[in-house]
Each structure stands twice: as C-alpha cells, then as structure tokens.
Design a protein around this ligand. Structure first.
Ligand code: UTP
Ligand code: MG
Length: 577
C-alpha cells in the first residue's frame, strides 16, 4: 500500500507520459497479436493456392503492421523509461531535502549508513519496479487474453493445450518465485550488513591499523561477505533451474501443438497456416505469463524499499524552522535562560537549569571535566538541538525563531570535531562567505596561525582537501576550521576546544590575533587548558551539566573548589614536565 501510494503520488506530474505509454503499448500489442493471423492467411490462402498477388499484398500489410509494432514498442519503452527515471529522480531529491531538513536528533535516530542506502539503492528498486510495471502493465494482460481469443479463433480443437500449458507454466514459475522471494529479502539485509561493516572499517581504518585489529576486522568482513554469498548462491541455484524449466514447458507445448495439430491437419480439420498461428499465439501467451510473474516477483522487494523511503519522508523535523520573520540579530548578545537539555533516550539531562549571559566584545570561557556537557551547551547556540526547557536567546530573540540562514550568519561554530569538505582550501574557507576575496582568506589564515603551512602547499589556497579533511594534520584541520569561521565574520564566535592541537606559544599568538579581529563580537571558548583562558572576561565552570562557578580566573581560584582542582591538576602536570 505504501508502495502504491508513494508511486501514484509521484507519478502525478507525468500523467501525459504515462498516457502515452498506455496508448503506444496498446497499439503495439494489438499489432503483435495481428501478425500471426496474417501469416496464417498467407500460408493458407496464398501459398497453398499459389496466389502470389495475395502473398504480396498481405505481405505488405504484414510489413506495415510490423513497422507500427516496432515503432510503438520503442516509443512505449522510451516514455516508460523516462517516467520511471523521473519518478526516481524526484524521490531521491525528496529524500535528500528531507534529510537536509531533519535536525541532529532525527538524523541520529536513523544513522548515516541507512539514510544513504535509502536515498540511493532503495529508490532504485522502486524505480525498477515502476519501469517494469509501465513496460508490461498494458501488454501482459492484453497479450494473454488477446492471445487466447486469437488462438481459439484459429482452432478451437486445440484449445485444451492452452488450458494445460498456461497453468502449468504459471504454477512452475510461481513456485520458483515463491522460493525466491524470502531469499531476495534476505539478500537486501545481507547487502545492508556488508555495507555497514565495510563503511565502519574504511572510516576507522587508521584506528584499526593502530590497534592491529585487522585480523578481527577481516574476520568480521569475511563473515558478512560469506553470508551474502550463501544467499546469492541459493538465488543462483533457483535461477539455474528456472530457465531450463521454462524452456522445457515452452518446447513441450510446441511439440504438443505440432503433434496434435499435425493429426488435425492430416484429417483436414485444420489448415497449416492456422497451426503456425496457433503455435505463435501459444508462445506469446506463455511469454506474457512469464513476464507477468517476473514483475510480481519484484514487488516484495520494492515494497520493503518503499516503506523504508516513506519512513524517511514522513519523519517530521522536531525543529520548526520559521520563515523569516524577525530581524537578524546585529549585536550578538547570547543568553541562556534556565536551559535544561537531555539527549533522547537518556535518563538524565546533560544540562540542568543553565543560565548565563555572554556579552559582545567580551570573551566567555567554559571549563569542566570531560563529559561535563560543554559541547552540548555550545551546540544549543547554533540550534543543532533544542532544549527541553528554557530558552537560548541572541539579542533577546530566541534562536528557535530565527531561520537557519539567519542563525548561520550570526553564529560561527568551530566544532570539537573539525570537518572539512572535499574541494580546495579556498572552497572550504569560502563556506561561510562565498564572496570573500583571496586577501580575506589569507587574513583569516594569518589570524588562525595557518598561513605558513598553506603558503608551503604547492598550490597554496587551491591545494586539494579530501573528504573530511583527512589529508591535512589534525592541528592544520583545526586551524582551517578556525579560519573558516573567521572568514564569515559572525557576531558570535564559538570555539569548542579548538586550540587543543596547538602548542602553548601558537595558542597564545592565536588568541592575541583573535582578540584583534573579533573586536566587539561575542566570543565563547571551551578550553581544556586553563592557561589559555586565564584572561577571559568571564569563566563558567561546568560540572555534570550544572554551572558550579562563574567569575574571572582570580576570583575562581580564590573561591571555587572545582576550578581550583582543575587548575592544580594542570599546574602539577606542567611543574612535573
Ligand atoms: P559533551 O560532549 O557535552 O561533553 O557530553 P563535553 O563536556 O564536551 O566533554 P569533552 O570535554 O568534549 O570530552 C556530555 C554528555 O552528553 C552525553 C555524553 O554521554 C556525555 O556524558 N552525550 C553526548 C550523549 O548522550 N549524546 C551525544 O550525542 C553527545
Ligand atoms: Mg566537548
């Protein structure tokens, strides 16, 4: 049902093409049905009576009918293919747009791998079925019924052959399909399995090597691969059986027609021409039955795929995106008002009643142990997630009432896991502002302390970056991401542990340069090293999702136990070193 409604809904724009397919196939099928009977006439009236004039004229008619049949068949397939491909394209586009609109919450629930499969392979399965349906929907039933009628018209005495061979073929092919169907479903699962193992291994290849996990991982892959192979071999075995069996039925039917028909020709009950026509009709019917069964065979797989696609399409983003209504914040005052936030499925919220204000022109630092909730807190500002309670505001406007474009123009996030896209250094830096000049890019790189290494690249700004930025070092990636945020010149800068890969002196130089360019913008820094935030205007100490202290470095050292512990642990490390 999902399959039908999904396809019908997406077929609407292509009504005209589908109508063309109908008409063309109708003509083509009728022409195909007419040919054997013309042939019979040539044999019975033309050849046996030696009437060459009749042979010529009927022959010409046959030629024309044949041409019409070929042209309409080609036309039908052409429009059918166009329609199926167009529906596939629309579905893919819709899945893509939907995925694009979902928030981190829903994306996390689905998982990357399955979203990719749904947007590609699953759509393709549905598209295949649409193609098959359009190609055979009209021709198969007409061919079956028309063929039977025409065959009976040629000779009713042989009709029992139709009633025997058609059900026989139907039962045999049907039985094989019945065996195949669960295997197909299993195969889809196994393909999913192999995809997910392979994906994980390629993405994590460095870790796998570092921990010498290759034997374990290759064993995992071997198992997945063999599982798929086993199913494929079983499918193959059935197919191997299928074609000889079908051929056997066809040949038996042919032999039977010739045998019984031959006797009837002998006794004068039937003419030779009728015999050949009857044979051709019977073969046409059997072929149509076979095609019909094949089509039916594709349905279950497509149904599963359609359900998986519909699953994505019917997911509503938990975040309502407003259509531009309020003015874009121009100052960048960030305020958290009693914010409580938890990840779905978690028992406890990761942030509990958090309130603070980060002012423009000032630097707010966030410190706390791992897992304290710093990243979660930062991610609420560009609205990667929505809090369950409370509000996040910029210039007094809740971020939930800003459009995505507005949010991204106001907030520049350098996330903890820096990510670059395939392309060049320049194309990555221009993410934030497409109109940035090369000078802007160099300036951003200078501030981000990335100028030297980019200058050393063979092609400078045009040096290639691979997907995820795996062809530059961790520290370089981090600096490029900082530069990317700087190019956009947002009102609010968020640095989530962005200086961790820098040595202490580079860190200091970066912060100094940053101070110049951020000017009157709001800066929020999550830091591991206390030394890099001692001069912040305000430091928030986060512990287990709660702000347990706020103030300047001096104030906190004096009166905050948690902060003192963090400072002491780091000082002692430095002293030892
Ligand atoms: P955070 O990622 O906010 O911690 O996760 P953090 O303070 O930034 O930690 P570091 O310093 O970068 O290491 C806070 C809690 O939220 C949970 C984690 O289990 C963690 O305890 N969490 C995080 C989730 O449940 N789901 C997520 O997607 C991320
Ligand atoms: Mg973090």
């Amino acid at each position: 049902m999902v399959l039908v409604s999904l396809v019908l809904q997406h077929a609407k724009p292509y009504k005209a093409w589908i109508a063309a397919v109908f008409v063309l196939q109708l003509i083509s099928t009728i022409a195909a049905l007419y040919l054997p009977s013309l042939n019979a006439q040539i044999i019975d009236k033309g050849i046996s009576m030696g009437d060459s004039g009749f042979i010529w004229s009927t022959g010409m008619v046959m030629l024309v009918v044949c041409l019409v049949q070929v042209v309409t068949a080609i036309g039908g397939i052409y429009f059918g293919a166009r329609t199926a491909m167009a529906i596939g394209r629309d579905l893919r586009r819709e899945v893509y747009r939907k995925v694009d609109s979902l928030s981190a919450l829903e994306l996390g629930r689905f998982g990357t791998a399955t979203l990719i499969t749904r947007g590609t392979n699953d759509v393709q399965q549905v598209q295949m079925l649409v193609l098959m349906t359009l190609n055979f929907m009209v021709s198969t039933p007409i061919m079956c019924i028309g063929g039977i009628v025409m065959a009976l018209r040629e000779d009713a005495g042989l009709s029992w052959l139709v009633w025997v061979s058609v059900p026989l073929l139907f039962v045999i092919v049907g039985f094989l399909v019945y065996l195949l169907m669960p295997l197909f479903r299993l195969m889809q699962d196994r393909i999913d399995g192999i995809n997910s193992v392979l994906r994980e291994q390629i993405v994590g290849i460095r870790v796998v090597r570092a921990f010498v996990r290759e034997p374990f991982e290759s064993e995992r892959y071997r198992t997945a691969n063999e599982n798929l192979t086993r199913v494929s071999v079983r499918v193959g075995n059935i197919f191997v059986l299928m074609f000889p069996v079908i051929m056997m039925v066809l040949h038996l039917a042919t032999a039977a027609v010739l045998w019984f028909g031959g006797h009837r020709v002998d006794t004068g009950e039937m003419q030779i021409g009728s015999l050949t026509a009857f044979l051709q009709y019977l073969l046409q019917i059997l072929m149509a039955v076979m095609m019909g069964v094949f089509m039916v065979m594709m349905i279950p797989r497509a149904v599963v795929c359609a359900e998986r696609i519909q699953d994505v399409l019917s997911t509503e983003s938990s975040q309502l995106i407003p259509d531009a209504s309020v003015a874009t914040p121009a100052v960048g005052l960030v305020e958290f008002r009693n914010v409580t936030f938890g990840y779905p499925g978690a028992e406890r919220p990761v942030l509990d009643n958090v309130s603070f204000t980060a002012e423009p022109g000032k630097t707010t630092a966030i410190v706390g142990s791992t897992g304290a909730g710093k990243t979660s807190l930062i991610n609420l500002i560009p609205r990667l997630y929505d809090p369950q309670q409370g509000e996040v505001l910029i210039d007094g406007v809740p971020v939930s009432s800003l459009t995505r474009a507005q949010v991204s123009s106001v907030v520049g996030l350098v996330s903890q896991k820096p990510y670059l896209f395939s392309g060049t250094i320049a194309s990555n830096l221009r993410f934030g502002r497409a109109s940035a000049t090369d000078d802007d890019l160099w300036e951003a790189l200078r501030v981000a302390q990335g100028e030297d290494f980019v200058r050393n690249k063979a092609k400078g700004l045009d040096d290639p970056i691979s997907q995820g930025g795996t062809n530059v070092s961790g520290g370089q990636r981090q600096r490029l991401c900082i530069a990317r945020a700087l190019v956009a010149k947002p009102r609010v800068y968020l640095f989530d542990d962005s200086f961790s890969a820098l040595d202490v002196s580079t860190d200091a130089r970066l912060r100094e340069a940053l101070g110049e360019v951020t000017g009157d913008a709001t800066v929020i820094i999550v830091a591991q090293r206390v030394s890099s935030i001692t001069d912040a205007d305000q430091i928030l100490v986060v512990d287990d999702g709660v702000i347990v202290g706020r103030g300047t470095h001096e104030e906190l050292v004096e009166r905050n136990e948690t902060y003192r512990q963090i400072v002491e642990s780091q000082l002692s490390v430095q002293e030892v070193a």
